[in-house]
Write a protein that binds this ligand. Structure first.
Ligand code: UCC
Length: 613
């Protein structure tokens, strides 16, 4: 098992084994935890010998740290199990919990040990476990999206980054399904939703070009030239194509007219389907410019691609490319939330395990109140994020089985950007805080923790940055002519109502009601203020929606029959934070035109640009 030659990082890896599976090459690091005089295992002797390190000297070393070994993630996730018990119909719960326990064991004993050398194997496992198929087979009707989200949540941090192509694959299947699975795309749909590892396809989402990823309406230069057979040949440069080894991709381009002119702006963009390789397995008019050197998600190949006559099929109405691919965007953004919550949960389960074994100042970390307070605060954040995720999956399941009310649909459209932008920020904050809870080991590559930290940093960037999604929140309000806010407030009130008979939850209920009241007053005021102040308030407004709604979800979960004191405590603590930052900032005058000009003055003070403002 432990042959250095296998290690992708070659020689350098040899020097860096610590504990936990080396996330870089998955070798089982040798345990450095040995109380004085503990025997060093044969394997460690072998490694020591490999490293020409005199074992004697190693045993004399005093720095021993036992690696944290979380068990079956499903069995050890109290909130996950209590959520499923509270929501799933008994028959579904019985089947799903058995399957998830088994999947938890497979993750622990078979999948996580695979680590990151097994991209191809992860693709096979994803097919076998139906990580995309679950959502389209709908074995559990409207609960299948919750079932799928939970499996992806458990799989995410063990996937070696394969959760990313799965997000885009699910998104591509969603787009094709939303188009009614036309005959020309049936084959692709069947491959994307197959459980057969030999047939399972992954998809790319090629939207980002050199001129920018957020503003695709003005950043997309790729052109599509119609061919006599009705297909198109694409010519352009895609700047960020993740999972470049995928089987197919959906991409945006501008259709050239007979005179070679293209229409600019959003209205000039259409959506295309293309196979990455042709029948002879050659690249389909695609040249790889280079692989991107990224801060994180390094195990996943992301490339710059030239499209030089790539054969493609137009799958949206001409000029409706953004609206069509938005079905993919909303699914990949939900997967982003899954990745965020899963990273938070993983870091906390490692940190709490470590606190059971690591002694400092004469006692285990778990016996140091300040240390436990720090982990508890991370737990409260993660619980709020988890319930936001489950709520989106629940609403998506209703929408996809035609069981969603118009209110449910509006709420889902609002919650997707809110949850993506909020949990993206939470994930990196929690990962960095949790990394610190391991002391120096948290900063060591061979523990595998820095990789998790690096990978969380992308979650608030790709699939729409925090500010772009804050503006998408405003877009969803505008699209619903403000109706969605009425749905938001009534849904929050309904959830708070479930706690009316719980005295211990009343303070939390009051906090959420006060915050919702302040938010309602902000919305009334903003309606008459015009777009500029609202745009300036967009991020704080979105944070307020996230905190108030998660507060209501935590109270709803704590108010259910059989809830635990931990559920009540989490709801109380979440609701003690500032739940409506937009109202607080409005009180500070933060959204006025003067404040806005002062923002620029603050930023450019001393810079040549400052004088031109
Ligand atoms: O990052 C990428 C892949 C990385 C790997 C994936 C990993 C996934 C998770 C991993 C798990 C760990 S691919 C690049 C992703 N790019 C983005 O997310 C783009 C961010 N930019 C935006 O979201 C912008 O706001 C745009 C592109 C949507 C702005 O487009 P427009 O055309 O300038 O804006 P419009 O004109 O407002 O939107 C055009 C139409 C409108 O419909 P109509 O015309 O009927 O009014 C919008 O309502 O698109 C509709 N629309 C939407 N509909 C726009 N956004 C949405 C939406 N979210 N839902 C529904």
């Amino acid at each position: 098992m432990f042959t250095l030659a296998l290690c992708r990082l070659g020689a350098t890896c040899r020097l860096r084994h610590g504990w936990d599976r080396c996330q870089a090459c998955n070798c089982r690091g040798f345990s450095t935890t040995a109380r004085q005089g503990q025997r060093v295992s044969l394997q460690e002797k072998q490694v020591g010998a490999d490293l020409e390190m005199p074992v004697a000297r190693r045993e004399a070393e005093t720095l021993f740290q036992e690696r944290p070994e979380p068990g079956n993630q499903y069995l050890e996730d109290a909130l996950l199990r209590s959520y499923l018990e509270a929501h799933l119909p008994p028959k579904v719960l019985e089947e799903v919990s058995q399957e998830l326990e088994g999947f938890g064991n497979r993750l622990l004993t078979k999948i996580r040990p695979l680590g990151w050398e097994s991209w191809k194997r992860m693709k096979e496992i994803a097919a076998e476990e139906g990580l995309v198929a679950e959502a389209y087979e709908r074995r559990y009707s409207n609960w299948s999206r919750v079932h799928q989200a939970v499996k992806l949540y458990l799989f995410s941090t063990a996937s070696g980054g394969f959760n990313c192509p799965l997000a885009m694959t699910d998104g591509a299947a969603k787009v094709i399904e939303s188009l009614g699975v036309p005959a020309s795309l049936k084959n692709a749909f069947d491959h994307l939703t197959s459980r057969d590892p030999r047939k399972f396809w992954t998809s790319g989402q090629w939207m980002t070009e050199r001129r920018g990823g957020s503003d695709v309406a003005n950043g997309t230069e790729t052109v599509a030239r119609k061919q006599p057979d009705g297909t198109y040949h694409l010519y352009g440069f895609k700047w960020f194509t993740s999972a470049a080894d995928s089987d197919m991709a959906l991409t945006l381009a501008r259709i050239e007219d007979a005179e070679g002119h293209v229409k600019q702006g959003s209205g000039g963009l259409s959506l295309f389907f293309l196979r990455v390789r042709d029948e002879e397995e050659k690249l389909n008019g695609i040249q790889v410019q280079r692989l991107k050197a990224k801060l994180g998600t390094r195990q996943m190949a992301t490339a710059e691609l030239w499209l030089n006559g790539a054969k493609a099929e137009l799958i949206s109405a001409e000029g409706r490319g953004v609206a069509s691919i938005s079905n993919m965007l909303n699914i990949t953004r939900i997967h982003n939330v899954i990745g965020a919550v899963a990273s938070m949960r993983r870091m906390i389960s490692l940190s709490r395990q470590y606190a059971l074994k690591r002694v400092a100042f004469g006692k285990l970390l778990k016996d140091h109140p300040l240390h436990m307070q720090t982990i508890a605060r991370m737990e409260v954040q993660t619980r709020g994020a988890f319930l936001l995720l489950m709520e989106m999956a629940r609403l998506l399941g209703l929408a996809e089985t035609n069981m969603a009310s118009e209110q449910d649909q509006l709420l889902l459209r609002l919650l997707v950007p809110v949850a993506k932008l909020y949990t993206g920020k939470q994930a990196s904050a929690i990962a960095i805080e949790a990394m610190e809870s391991f002391g120096g080991q948290g900063y060591m590559e061979d523990t595998g923790l820095p990789v998790i930290v690096r990978d969380t940093l992308v979650l608030s960037i790709w699939e729409g940055t925090t500010n772009v999604l804050s503006l998408d929140v405003l877009r969803s309000l505008a699209k619903s002519q403000g109706q969605v806010m009425a749905v938001f407030f009534s849904t929050v009130q309904n959830k708070l109502g479930l706690a009316s008979s719980s005295a211990e939850l009343q303070p939390a209920v009051q906090f959420v009601q006060d915050a919702a009241g302040r938010l309602a007053r902000f919305c009334q005021g903003a309606a008459s203020e015009g777009a500029a102040p609202m745009e300036l308030a967009a991020r704080d407004f979105s944070y307020s929606l996230a905190r108030i709604y998660a507060g209501a979800l935590l109270i709803e979960h704590a108010a259910r029959p059989g809830s635990s004191c931990v559920d009540v405590c989490a709801a109380q603590r979440w609701c003690r934070q500032e739940l409506c930052p937009v109202a607080a900032e409005l009180g500070n005058g933060s959204y006025s035109a003067e404040e806005s000009s002062l923002d620029s003055a603050l930023v450019y003070a001393g810079s040549p640009a400052g004088s031109r403002l």
